[in-house]
Design a protein around this ligand. Structure first.
Ligand SMILES: [Zn+2]
Length: 242
């Protein structure tokens, strides 16, 4: 099949092959590029994380599709000239790799990752660490939506009260008021982080920088991490420990 794809991860395999995690509009697809590490391979240089290509893939009997050809659509060159941008992009790629299911078609998730890479390739470095960049947090929040994991953020998950919201229970599936926080085993969270996560989900990704105050960024990362651990058993390596 011919499809657009973003390279999420590359792993050297055998003497000259590369195993790829690809994100396509048809879902996340694992593939092998045979001989891609040979000096004269036409594929090798194109298969870098974050590069968007048109790819020719052949599905076989095994788990891995075979990559027959690739032409670069957007190398996102802006990522490679700036360490900050590259690290921020790697946080988005890792989230897509860990959160999105294999071979489950989804234009929304694919377009989201493409948009995030495009914005990051042109973004000025923010004040904090790359993993807390509002574009990274916004892309990860929207990946939760794409994966059907968005928690309830605007009202208490226990009683529906609109606020104040002071706790978060990943098991119950959302924010909690003071009365429900105890019984549902919620942990205390910064209300500003809950509001920022809701704003990131509700706004276009390009508006993410205006949705997160710097002091709430760590709290947003934690909320996303709690959801991923509860529902997928996943901990992002790029994130701070929970
Ligand atoms: Zn409540």
């Amino acid at each position: 099949m011919d499809t657009e794809a973003v390279v999420l991860r590359t792993i050297r395999f055998g003497e000259a092959d590369v195993v790829l995690a690809l994100l396509t509009p048809l879902g996340r697809i694992p593939a092998i590029a045979k001989g891609a590490r040979r000096p004269r391979s036409r594929l090798g240089g194109r298969l870098q994380p974050g590069v968007r290509c048109r790819m020719s893939l052949v599905e076989g009997r095994g788990e891995l599709a075979t990559l027959r050809g690739a032409s670069v659509l957007d190398a996102h060159a802006g990522l490679w000239v700036e360490g900050y941008r590259l690290r921020a992009a790697s946080c988005v790629l890792e989230a897509a790799l860990r959160v999105l299911p294999e071979r489950e078609p989804g234009d929304a998730a694919y377009n989201l990752v493409v948009r995030a890479l495009g914005l990051l390739a042109a973004a000025p470095p923010a004040a904090g660490p790359p993993r807390l960049d509002p574009l990274v947090l916004g892309a990860q929040a929207k990946l939760l939506v794409a994966a059907g994991l968005l928690p309830q953020l605007g009202s208490c998950v226990g009683c529906g009260a609109p606020g104040p919201l002071v706790g978060f229970s990943p098991r119950a599936g959302g924010a909690c008021c003071p009365a429900c926080a105890g019984p549902s085993g919620a942990e205390r969270v910064d209300p500003a982080a809950l509001a920022a996560l809701a704003a990131l989900v509700g706004r276009p990704l390009a508006d993410a920088p205006g949705a997160v105050e710097p002091r709430a960024a760590g709290g947003v990362e934690r909320l996303t991490g709690l959801v991923l651990r509860e529902h997928l058993g996943v901990t992002l390596r790029s994130a701070a420990p929970l």
